[in-house]
Design a protein around this ligand. Structure first.
Ligand SMILES: NC(=O)c1ccc[n+]([C@@H]2O[C@H](COP(=O)([O-])OP(=O)(O)OC[C@H]3O[C@@H](n4cnc5c(N)ncnc54)[C@H](OP(=O)(O)O)[C@@H]3O)[C@@H](O)[C@H]2O)c1
Length: 325
């Protein structure tokens, strides 16, 4: 038997239960991974609350982890038992000692990346990869606004932006988070609990505003984010930490300066094996070179997944959070 977290109904963190299961054998094209570390992500909360529907209930949770291949299904050629691996996509169920998933979603880790670092950075780092290198192919010299700059995705974004020569203005909710974002390479920070974000962006950019705004907060920041953009520039709405952006009248993009808007996802960018491998190479290069160092701000036991999610939703975490089986 092995432990996994599951939920039989949507709701608060109390719906998460630790149960004993017999790990499934991998079917054709699948592998079973013995997790050494599991990544905690905001999307896990969207599934738990029902904002994103799980395919069925009861359901496992989580899509990110790292460990060792423990069993290999038929027809899998790029992985073998004992390989050190990581993944950031696939079926829900990573909050577990063992996870079975399609082999095409699993990549072998370079020696330079340990399991905890991988679990803390696969989903978040690949997200930063596509946001900074593909959604807006930044060249250096741009000014961008990034909400939640001291969070999991944000901490990686600050470092990656610095490496690209991009001026990242990060929003944060406290002095401690501001210090962290600055230490990670944010050019400037704005504490939105006591500063007017649009006015500060105007001051910092001498009235020019930003080339791209990256907004994962959603509902609460939508209008502010549009107001921080240069005419004809790009709004990237990639998350819903405060709730989803709904009921948008497209005319607002005209009023705010002929803006572009996109709502991307990791699955929409890492949608083929080739693209996943390309994005992983870029991420592992950044980690291997030391240009991006993954800050694991919190570690929780797998059994405490609910507490970990409450800390993430309650803005009490910084950097990445991992669960340890
Ligand atoms: N589309 C994609 O491909 C993709 C992939 C990965 C992640 N994401 C999104 O990226 C965001 C960051 O994910 P993460 O796992 O790294 O989380 P995180 O940034 O570590 O945590 C969320 C942070 O958002 C800020 N926040 C602002 N308003 C909030 C609210 N009402 N409730 C909770 N937090 C609020 C808080 O920072 P402050 O206290 O500084 O405000 C909080 O610490 C999430 O929205 C997630 O859905 C999207």
């Amino acid at each position: 038997m092995a432990k996994r977290i599951q939920f039989a109904r949507t709701g608060g963190s109390e719906v998460l239960e630790l149960v004993d299961v017999t790990p499934a054998d991998p079917a054709s094209g699948e592998v079973r991974v013995r997790n050494e570390a599991i990544g905690l992500n905001f999307i896990d909360i969207y599934f738990r609350t029902g904002l994103y529907p799980a395919p069925g209930l009861p359901s496992g949770l989580g899509t990110e982890g790292a460990g060792v291949v423990d069993a290999v299904g038929e027809g899998v050629s790029h992985l073998k038992e004992g390989d050190r691996v990581a993944y950031a996509q696939g079926p829900l169920g990573a909050y577990a000692e063992y996870h079975v998933l399609p082999a095409e979603k699993v990549v072998v880790l370079p020696n330079s990346v340990d399991a905890e670092t991988a679990a803390a950075s696969m989903l978040k780092g690949l997200t930063v990869q596509y946001l900074l290198r593909q959604t807006a192919p930044l060249k250096g010299g741009e000014t961008i606004l990034w909400h939640a700059a001291a969070g999991g995705v944000g901490s990686i974004a600050c470092q990656w932006a610095r490496a690209l020569g991009v001026k990242l203005i990060g929003t944060v909710s406290s002095e401690e988070k501001a210090k962290l974002a600055k230490a990670n390479g944010a050019w400037e920070t704005i504490d939105y609990t006591r500063e007017d974000v649009v006015e500060r962006v105007r001051e910092l950019t001498n009235g020019e505003m930003c080339d791209v705004v990256y907004d994962s907060v959603g509902k609460d920041t939508w209008i502010t984010s549009l107001d921080c953009l240069k005419p004809r520039s790009l709004m990237v709405s990639f998350g819903n930490a405060s709730g989803p952006v709904e009921g948008v009248n497209l005319g607002i993009l005209n009023q705010k300066g002929s803006l572009f808007v996109t709502r991307p996802s990791l699955n929409g960018y890492a949608d083929t094996r080739e693209r996943l491998e390309m994005m992983c190479r870029d991420l592992f290069d950044m980690l291997g070179s030391g240009k991006v160092k993954v800050d694991i701000g919190q570690r929780f036991a797998l059994a405490d997944a609910g507490k970990a999610q409450d800390a993430l939703a309650g803005r009490q975490t910084t950097g990445s959070t991992i669960l340890l089986p």
